[in-house]
Design a protein around this ligand. Structure first.
Ligand code: PMP
Ligand code: GLU
Length: 397
């Protein structure tokens, strides 16, 4: 048979989703495994949002919608962008997609020609580099070390830019580091993007999960030039515990939005109409449930970080947002544990799952090879169980 698409053949399975399904499979087999793998809130979708989905079905709101999404949902997205960040967008600038992942994907498809370069700040969410390659573009990785709080500087960005650079991928709060860029840091980055004339995809899906009264700054709010060249990506998955409903959205200049909508009209069309009606209520309805979840995440983060740093051999810096902790496990690289040599974060995570029955995500695919990611979107009891097992795992190795 003839070879299949080179681009498709090169796509790697998502590490986060692979770990999550392995964890769920082990659980289904009756194993007493604890999961810190997939980043999804453990809370149920709030009642009033679920009710909106049920009502959509009962009212027969079950037909196609425009490819860019229901007008009412696009208006709801505009309402949130204004209320939360003071940003003015019109519905024609909003494109609803099947999750924020899909919004990033169509943004890249819209902006990139084959061979274009896309600068990605590492550690980065695993799907970015794969999606860039799916668009035929080339990921250019700029690494932010733990010592610089996992945030790249404007100078690092500038040094990575070439004539081929088309896009910079920004993710604040960041998955997997949890770090949040300050206004000053963003202004410096924005200055480079404007001067070098590059687009920015600002993935702000964790915008509502920022702790310690730290300010979240939406990139597009910096100035008009920045706003015009930025595609904001956001969605309901993380803020409203709606990962399975599959609703994300983007806000951009009208021309980019038009092209993204055209792209959708020949691929997925709009996401499920029922989910869209529920998302309207999420964005426009009461926001208290989100605050309750945020408080819980913050308490879990404090506990996890404090206890982890008391465990011999591992450490972590305190993340400021999202719900991930990057555990530094470099001490174990090159050592032998349970008769096996630990050459990478994968080896460590695999052994920890096998012997310690704890699922974590090795950060090699996030371009952070000495780290293992823990998602703390799980109960305090589970967090303690996982850390007890980490202590045992290290002690008995
Ligand atoms: N961006 C980042 C940084 C994420 O961590 C996630 C979570 N998977 C997404 C986008 C995608 O979210 P969604 O479930 O809305 O596709
Ligand atoms: N964003 C989550 C994570 O990083 C969900 C899984 C995914 O879609 O990658 O775990």
């Amino acid at each position: 048979m003839k070879p299949i698409s080179r681009i498709a053949a090169g796509v790697q399975a998502s590490t986060t989703l692979v770990i999550d399904s392995l964890f769920k499979q082990m659980k289904a087999e009756g194993k007493d495994v604890v999961g810190f793998g997939a980043g999804e809130p453990d809370f149920p979708t709030p009642e009033h949002i679920k009710q909106a989905g049920i009502e959509a079905i009962e009212n027969n709101q079950t037909r196609y919608t425009p490819a860019a999404g229901l007008m009412e949902l696009r208006e709801a997205a505009c309402y949130r962008l204004k209320a939360d960040f003071g940003l003015d967008y019109e519905p024609k600038q909003i494109v609803v997609a099947s999750g924020a992942k899909h919004s990033v994907y169509i943004a890249l498809m819209t902006l990139c020609n084959p061979g274009d370069e896309v600068v990605i700040a590492a550690p980065y969410w695993v799907s970015y580099s794969e999606m860039v390659q799916q668009a035929g573009a080339v990921p250019v990785i700029v690494t932010a070390e733990e010592e610089q709080d996992f945030k790249i500087t404007a100078a690092q960005l500038e040094a990575a830019i070439t004539d081929k650079t088309k896009v910079f991928m920004l993710n604040s709060p960041c998955n997997p580091t949890g770090m949040v860029y300050t206004r000053e840091e963003l202004e410096a980055i924005a200055e480079v993007c404007c001067r070098k004339n590059i687009y920015v995809i600002a993935d702000e899906i964790y915008c509502n999960l920022v702790y310690d009264d730290i300010e979240f700054v939406s990139f597009a709010s910096l100035n008009e030039d920045v706003k015009n060249r930025t595609i904001i990506v956001n969605g309901v998955s993380k803020s409203y515990a709606m990962t399975g409903w599959r609703i994300g959205y983007s806000a951009s200049n009208p021309e980019l939005a038009r092209v993204m909508s055209n792209y959708l009209s020949h691929s997925t069309s709009a996401p499920s109409t029922i989910s869209q009606y529920a998302a309207i209520v999420a964005l426009k309805g009461p926001q208290e449930d989100m605050q309750v979840m945020k408080k819980a995440f913050e308490a879990r983060r404090d506990h996890l970080v404090e206890r982890m740093n008391r465990i011999e051999g591992v450490s972590c810096i305190k993340p400021q947002g999202a719900f991930y902790v990057m555990m530094n496990m470099k001490n174990f690289l090159g050592k032998t544990m349970y008769g096996r040599k630990i050459e990478s974060a994968e080896d460590f995570a695999q052994l920890f799952l096998e012997k310690g029955l704890v699922a974590t995500v090795p950060c090699t695919a996030f371009a952070a090879p000495g780290f293992v990611r823990w998602s703390y979107a799980t109960s305090l009891a589970e967090i303690d169980k996982g850390l007890d097992r980490l202590e045992e795992f290290i002690k008995n190795a």
